[in-house]
Structures are given as structure tokens and as C-alpha cells.
Ligand binder design. Structure first.
Ligand SMILES: [Zn+2]
Length: 489
């Protein structure tokens, strides 16, 4: 008999949304997604999971990331913050170049500065001002939790001085460029105001999702935790990459492995190869990383992810790369996931010691604004995820995370539809009608060109560009054979 399914959803406060909306690659995406979810009241069938920024410490971040890199990332940068506060207060003077993206956000969004009272209230909600509640004392030991930790621990010694200098202290542009280049904080990963807070939020949201899942798992149920703010799969130990500054996925998996979940199946559905996670666990036979991604050797970011890259040492075979060509259809996507994930779930991990972590990037949708590589539709992707991953034979718990996706209304629709379908798995009577975008939706205007319909003409598969699926049956069979022959247990 199948266990009941319970769903937990990260609950972002307005301040959290304001900060995550600043991510240059996905401006306003968090607010637009959260707004649509709440317009349909989809959160009502979920346990809401609070973000606790105050619990993210340097030690926690350094459980994967390089100490000096974290120190540099978490520096306060008064000039950027000053510009940000000025901007929020409507003072348009001297907004520097790095701030152009945030200016745009403020123009099209309706964010307003929080009053100091609201600010204090939000800090309280997020555990920044409070003592740690008793029930979290145990976790505190594991994760070494205190807000002070981030600012005072591990003060740099003089030998580390080159990394302790604030960027603003550099006198020449060359020097500035060198340190930014060292950590890849240039091009697609610029420093931006509120970056330290953003890092704490992304990390905390995934860690708290994992903690919720572990707590729920004692109740003889299948917990499904959802955090659309997470899924930053490219970040490396000492380097930002592809819009990702810290790798919340690796940090979440590390946390899970300190609990009864000794084995983890990580599945990455983003159009791009999940290189940061694969690299982090390439020597592990306890964490199997499976990435379905578009691959064009040497020509498509992150320029790796071939089927031959299979992990090393004890981890040999536990890195599973599915490199795919242009035009991937819903049908072929489903066949592949079924052929690779179903046997993996059967053979890897016991009922009580294994968990699935799923990165739900949606830049493989046919109408993604930046990448028009595959022919996947929202309903096609969601149906495959539900059928072959979430409702898995062993009822492994699942943590669902966000990821890439560069059309904000695609993201809000995809993650809403995913949540609606998950709610139905939890209780078939949960069947919210998504036909019309609710009139009270704050971002209603964004859906105007599709007549305020959820399934507008631009996201129906009939409208797909019909790019040819270059993934032939022979090619897919060959990939599946290679992976299956590795016999991962
Ligand atoms: Zn991507």
C-alpha cells in the first residue's frame, strides 16, 4: 500500500522576493512565480517552509565552497549598498553600471522600500534577530549556526590579505578585474547589491527544504519538498559560473547525507549540463548524478558533459551524462527518463535510506526566451516528472528545486502547473482550475498577449517551432545501452 504524500513549499517573504528578484539573470522571476502560485491559492495544499537566513553560516557554506571565495562573496560592499538604498528611496544620482539591471527591476516591478519597522519584523521572521528555537538545537550543532559567524569567524591572517581586501580598496581597474576574474565574478555572474543576502536565502531555502523533508519522513509518508528559489547547479567550489554563485544543491545533498539518507539520486533536467553538482560528487558512489542536457561538444555552455565522463575512483559510473541533440521531443524525453531513472530507482538505495533531488530547470522548453534548442512543453515535462520520478516505485522522498529558465511567464506557469499536479498526487480532490489567470494577479499585464489564459497560444505545443528532433531512436538506444551496461547499484 502506498504511503500518503505530503508537500512542503518554501514560503518567501516580500523581503526575500525583493532580494532574489535582483539576480541579474532572472530579474523579477521569484516575485512573478510566487504571485501566480498564490493567486491560484496553490499553497493551500502545502506545508509552508520558512527560510531562515540567520542560520546560514560561513561554516555551512564552506562545507563545500572554498573559504577565501566565500569570504570574498560575503563582503559588504558599501558603495553598491548605498546605491541600492538610494535607488529604493527614489534618488537617481550616480547609479553605477552594475546597477542597471536593478534599475530596470524597479521600473517594471512595484517593489517599495521596507520601512525600518517592517524590516525588523522580517528579520524576526527569518531568525536573524532571535535566539535559535529549541527544536533546532540539534541541527545547530551540525551546521554551526549563528549570524555572527558570518561576520566574525575566520578573520583573515595577514598572509591572506589579498583576499580580504574589499573590491572598493583596489586602486586600478586591472587589479579589480584580476580578483573578479579569479572567482569568475564577471560577465554572467557580476557582483550585485544584496548578493550576500541572496546567497544566504538561496542556501537557506534548500537546506530548510531538506530539513523539512527529513522531519516529515518519520511520519510514514512520502514527503515532497519544493524550493523554486534553488537549483544553482553550475557554481563550483571556488568559482561562480553560469548565473550561479553558491551551489545550494551540493550543500543540500551534503546536509541530507548527515541524516539517515546515505544515498542520493540527483537528477538534472536543465538544458545545460549540471556540471557543478557532477564535479562535486565525481568520486562518490553514494550520490549518483544524472544530467539530461543539450550537448554540442565545445560549443555550448558549460562545454562538457559527454557520456564518457562517468566519475572517477569509487565514483566511476556514478556520474551519468545524457548528452542530447537539438529538438528533443516530449515523447523521446519521457522514453529516456523512463529507461534510465526507473531501473536506477529499482537498483540504487533502500526504501529508507535514499532520497531524490531534482533540478527542474526549464530552459529546455520550446519557447524559452534565450535558448530555443528543444521541443519540450510544460505539460510534457511535468507529466514525465510526475509519472517517472515523483510517483516512483519505492516512494523515495523528493526535493524539487528550480533552475534555468529565461521567460518569466514560462517559469511561473511551469512551476505552478508542477505544483498543481503534485497537489493532485497528494490528494486527487485537489484540482485547481488554472484556465484563466486570476484577475487579482499582481502581474496580470504580463499575460495579456495570451488573453490572460494559462495555456495561451504561445505556450501550447501546437505553436512549437517544430524543429526537427535530431535525437534518432538509434542514438537514444545507444546512450541507454551504455548507461544500463554500467549496472549502477
Ligand atoms: Zn540552464
Amino acid at each position: 500500500m502506498r504511503k500518503p504524500v505530503v508537500i512542503g513549499l518554501i514560503d518567501p517573504t516580500p523581503q526575500v522576493l525583493e532580494i532574489t528578484d535582483n539576480l541579474p539573470s532572472n530579474e523579477l522571476r521569484s516575485s512573478i512565480t510566487h504571485s501566480l502560485i498564490t493567486s491560484y491559492n496553490l499553497q493551500e495544499s502545502c506545508d509552508m517552509i520558512a527560510i531562515r537566513r540567520g542560520k546560514v553560516t560561513r561554516k555551512l557554506l564552506q562545507s563545500f565552497h572554498d573559504k577565501k571565495y566565500i569570504r570574498f562573496l560575503m563582503k559588504s560592499r558599501p558603495q553598491l549598498e548605498e546605491d541600492y538604498n538610494d535607488y529604493k528611496l527614489g534618488n537617481k544620482r550616480n547609479i553605477n553600471d552594475g546597477w542597471e539591471s536593478c534599475r530596470k527591476i524597479r521600473k517594471i516591478g512595484n517593489a517599495r522600500p521596507l520601512s525600518s519597522k517592517e524590516d525588523e519584523q522580517k528579520k524576526d521572521e527569518e531568525g536573524m534577530n532571535n535566539e535559535t528555537p529549541d527544536e533546532d538545537k540539534q541541527d545547530e550543532d551540525k551546521l554551526a549556526l549563528s549570524e555572527e559567524d558570518l561576520s566574525s569567524e575566520d578573520e583573515p591572517s595577514s598572509s591572506e590579505s589579498e583576499n580580504s581586501i574589499d573590491l572598493n580598496d583596489y586602486s586600478t581597474n586591472d587589479e579589480k578585474h584580476q580578483i573578479l576574474e579569479k572567482y569568475s565574478l564577471i560577465y554572467d555572474c557580476p557582483l550585485f547589491p544584496t548578493l550576500p543576502d541572496y546567497i544566504k536565502i538561496v542556501t537557506s531555502s534548500t537546506i530548510e527544504s531538506c530539513k523539512w523533508l527529513v522531519k516529515q519522513s518519520t511520519n510514514n509518508c512520502q514527503p515532497i519538498a519544493i524550493n523554486w528559489l534553488g537549483g544553482r547547479h553550475h557554481a563550483k567550489r571556488a568559482k561562480a559560473s553560469g548565473f550561479c554563485y553558491v551551489n545550494d544543491i551540493v550543500l543540500g545533498i551534503q546536509y541530507l547525507r548527515t541524516t539517515k539518507y546515505k544515498k542520493v539520486i540527483y537528477i538534472d533536467l536543465d538544458l545545460h549540463y549540471g556540471d557543478g553538482v557532477a564535479e562535486a560528487f565525481k568520486y562518490s558512489n553514494k550520490v549518483v548524478t544524472v544530467s539530461f542536457h543539450y550537448h554540442d561538444a565545445g560549443l555550448f555552455f558549460p562545454f562538457c558533459g559527454s557520456v564518457e565522463e562517468r566519475g572517477q575512483g569509487n565514483g566511476e559510473n556514478y556520474c551519468v551524462n545524457i548528452p542530447l541533440k537539438q529538438g528533443l521531443s516530449n515523447g523521446n524525453f519521457e522514453k529516456l527518463v523512463k529507461s534510465i531513472i526507473t531501473p536506477l530507482i529499482e537498483e540504487f538505495g533502500g526504501v529508507n535510506d535514499c532520497v531524490i533531488v531534482l533540478q527542474c530547470g526549464l530552459d529546455g522548453l520550446f519557447n524559452d526566451q534565450h535558448f530555443k534548442k528543444w521541443n519540450l512543453s510544460i505539460d510534457g515535462m511535468v507529466s514525465t516528472i510526475i509519472k517517472h520520478i515523483v510517483t516512483n516505485e519505492k516512494q523515495f522522498p523528493v526535493v524539487l528545486l528550480g533552475g534555468g529558465g529565461y521567460s518569466n511567464t514560462n517559469s511561473s506557469r511551469f512551476w505552478c502547473f508542477m505544483l498543481k499536479e503534485l497537489s493532485k498526487v497528494s490528494n486527487p480532490l485537489n484540482n485547481v482550475d488554472l484556465t484563466n489567470i486570476p484577475m487579482e494577479e499582481k502581474f496580470l499585464d504580463l499575460y495579456e498577449n495570451e488573453s490572460h489564459l494559462f495555456w495561451g497560444v504561445n505556450n501550447s505545443l501546437q505553436k512549437a517551432s517544430m524543429r526537427k528532433d535530431l535525437n534518432s531512436t538509434e542514438y537514444l538506444q545507444e546512450i541507454v545501452k551504455i548507461i544500463r551496461d554500467r549496472n549502477i547499484k
